[in-house]
Design a protein around this ligand. Structure first.
Ligand code: APR
Length: 227
């Protein structure tokens, strides 16, 4: 089976009702990301950060995978599919995709604010600063905030090196190190981009840009790959 590596970003979940980051004038769900998604924000105002991620979890609980997520699952019938996602939602999981690698963490996990190895699946949508890890420190969202290391990046690089085909869906490719993953594929690997807008990718051979939203774009991709 050919190895089909898929890099997803916020755009794939847009049609499920979850806003992208950079399509809204730098504001993300009415917040400056720096006020809610940095270690400094957590230091300064943990209540605001906690409330923000509670809202995101509630919103996610009301969303469901769209046709694009489901098509990526269907592609497993013919390809060895691995999904590297920058998204913190669980819509790929709920579409039953088998191999999912979260680069930027997961909304449905919390972790100790003193020991990053103590990670817990969420048991509720809303957390408070009273919720503690087993060592007694406050639980924080299991999210890679701006300025933090991306522990999954080496695994993602190894996966990209193996790609027979690379598909990039709904990401502007503006945030590193994720945006640099395309540089690790073998020479002449075909790349398919699904995004209604231009994305930040240097001139590489073999790029096919399907300039549609994810749901329509993934239908087209499936047609092309099934030929
Ligand atoms: N279908 C496909 N693509 C879409 C759709 C759609 N329905 N709607 C918007 N897009 C595209 C936009 O054109 C844009 O290129 O999705 C992309 C979204 O880009 P960003 O908002 O920058 O999101 P993303 O690339 O996932 O951001 C990367 O930045 O804020 C951090 O950690 C956060 O994981 C995030 C990272």
């Amino acid at each position: 089976m050919k190895k089909l590596i898929i890099l997803t970003g916020a755009g794939i979940s847009a049609e499920s009702g979850i806003k992208t980051f950079r399509d809204s004038d730098g504001l993300w769900e009415n917040h400056n990301v720096m006020d809610v998604a940095t270690p400094e924000a957590w230091e300064k105002n943990p209540q605001l950060v906690t409330d923000f991620y509670n809202e995101r979890r509630i919103q996610l609980s009301k969303s469901k995978p769209n046709r694009a997520h489901l098509i990526l699952k269907e592609l497993e019938k013919k390809f060895d599919v691995k999904i590297i996602t920058q998204n913190v939602d669980d819509l790929h999981e709920r579409a039953n995709s088998k191999n999912i690698y979260h680069l930027h963490g997961e909304l449905n996990k919390m972790r100790s604010s003193v020991d990053e190895n103590l990670i817990y699946k969420t048991t509720k949508l809303e957390y408070s600063l009273e919720d503690k890890c087993e060592k007694g420190s406050v639980l924080r969202p299991h999210i890679v905030w701006f300025g933090e290391a991306v522990p999954m990046i080496d695994t993602a690089i190894d996966i990209c090196k193996e790609a027979d085909i690379l598909v990039i869906i709904g990401t502007g490719l503006n945030v590193y190190p994720a945006a640099g993953l395309v540089n690790y594929i073998k020479d002449n690997t075909p790349i398919y981009i699904i995004d209604p807008a231009e994305v930040n990718i240097s001139n590489m051979p073999n790029i096919t840009h399907i300039k549609n939203k994810a749901t329509i774009g993934c239908e087209k991709l499936m047609e092309i790959l099934n030929k």
